[in-house]
Every structure is written in C-alpha cells, then in structure tokens.
Design a protein around this ligand. Structure first.
Ligand code: 0L1
Ligand code: MG
Length: 262
C-alpha cells in the first residue's frame, strides 16, 4: 500500500459523498499518482464499511469491464470487481430518478446466484457452474463519479466500479437449461434496439467472470458466499440514458427486465 489509512478513509468519504450527492470529481489518481491496486480496493472497502455502518447491506457482487466492447469503450484492458448495495436495488419495471445520478448508463448483464460458496485460487468455469443455483437477466446502471467518465482502472476500482443501481428479473434458469455463451441479448431504449450481443462477449463465457471474481477474492482471503447475487459484467458497451427513457433488456430464454428513468 502506498496510501496511509487516513488518506484511504478521506478518499472513500469523498467518493461516496459524490455518489450520494450526485456530483462529479476528477479521478483520484491525479492527486495520488503512486497509489497501487491494494490502495484502490482499500478505498472501495472503506466505502462498503461506510454503507454497512449506516445500516445498509451488500446486495451482491459485480465484475466490471469483462467484455471487449466495454474495455474498448473505456480504454482499459483488465476487468475489475465491486459490490452493489441494497440502496442500489430497483424492482423490475421500477423508476430511477435521473436527478439522483450524475450521467447514468445502462448495461445488459447475465446475473448468477450461487448455492454454494466459491473460493479461489483455482476457481474455474466448471466450479462456478456447479455452484450456481440459477441465472437471470439484469440491467446494471453505472454512474462513474468521475467527470465525463474519464478515469483509469485504479480510480474506477476505488469508486466501486461505478456501481449505482441495478434491477434483476425475467425468468430464472438453471445453468443446465441454457448455453450461456450463445444466449442472445437485446437492449432496447424506448423500443429501439441500442445494443446486441451474446453471453460469450463476457470473457468467452460469463461464468469465467465469476471465476475471476472468486480468484480475486481468494487472493484477499475472501470468498463468494452461498446465496450471492453476482453481476457478471456488461455484454455490450454501456448506453447513456436520460429522463423519459424506458429501458428493456431481453435475454433469450431468460425473459426480460425493464427500468424507467424519470
Ligand atoms: O460494470 C462495469 O462494467 C463498470 C465498470 C466501471 C467502468 C465504467 O464506469 O464504465
Ligand atoms: Mg456492469
């Protein structure tokens, strides 16, 4: 670690206040160019501790930047990991107030719910599929706290990977019922198709993103507990949304989930 504890806590407070007050900031590596990966995750952990300290719960885990479309869009070459909180959860078909966000974008994701714990190192797709209770469609709303989404990977990790809102819904399926690589995904805004893809866009197989998350947590002495919701990452590039937009995600065999931005 390159940052002292007081700096980690101060940056966590700053970034979480930006989230809660819907105001943007410059990327934190501008002032802390030497911060390392441990610093970045320590700031994210401190944001989590702040939320838990106010009585919130972790609602799930997320892998971000897991498709080449997303990596290319954001100019990075490695996935990252974060969490979603109960306050981020929106019911299927629910409303999101744009005034509570900075510059929201939506991402189509395949979500996993585990029935057994997963712990790296050595976690692989087979272990993930064996430990998965079911999969379902999810829309993740990302809202980087960094001005104009201009950041680097360490700044993004510290900012809890831009987590802002999410909705899951549709049909739950066991992984034996579907081939997650070839599932077609359609994201519509106001009835117009905005992006298309297939599950394999996420690291060749969305379960690979979950395995990578388990291995990342394993390197920190943590695991994915049984019963965890995991957002495996955007299958296409993220799509900017504004007040008045109706967003619908359809995933072949998994039904649909929708959100309204007001
Ligand atoms: O969930 C994601 O893929 C978001 C990762 C963070 C980068 C971004 O804000 O696009
Ligand atoms: Mg995402």
């Amino acid at each position: 670690m390159k940052l002292d504890n007081a700096t980690v806590l101060r940056l966590a407070e700053h970034l979480e206040n930006c989230e809660l007050q819907a105001r943007d900031t410059l990327k934190i590596t501008d002032d802390h160019p030497d911060m390392d990966w441990d610093d970045a995750y320590a700031i994210q952990d401190a944001i989590k501790a702040r939320k838990l300290g106010r009585g919130h719960k972790v609602a799930g885990l997320k892998a971000g930047l897991t498709s080449h479309a997303k990596m290319k869009q954001m100019g990075v070459d490695t996935p990252c990991f974060g969490f979603v909180a109960d306050a981020h959860a929106v019911p299927d078909g629910g409303e999101i107030k744009v005034s509570e966000l900075i510059h929201p974008k939506v991402e189509p994701e395949i979500c996993f719910v585990t029935k057994r714990a997963l712990r790296g190192p050595g976690c692989h797709i087979g272990a993930v599929l064996a430990a998965t209770d079911f999969v379902m469609p999810g829309i993740e709303v990302i809202d980087s706290r960094y001005r104009d989404f201009k950041f680097d990977l360490k700044s993004v990790i510290a900012d809890n990977t831009s987590a802002a809102r999410f909705a899951v819904g549709g049909r739950v399926r066991s992984v034996g019922e579907v081939d997650l690589r070839t599932l077609g995904v359609v994201l519509e805004v106001n009835g117009e198709i905005k992006s298309l893809g297939a599950g394999a866009a996420v690291l060749g197989h969305p379960a690979a993103a979950v395995a990578m998350l388990a291995n990342h947590l394993g390197s920190r002495g943590e695991e994915i507990p049984a019963g965890t919701l995991i957002l495996s990452g955007g299958i296409t590039e993220a799509v900017a949304v504004k007040a008045g937009d109706n967003v619908a995600l359809r995933i072949q065999g998994l039904g649909s989930v929708s959100l309204r931005f007001i």
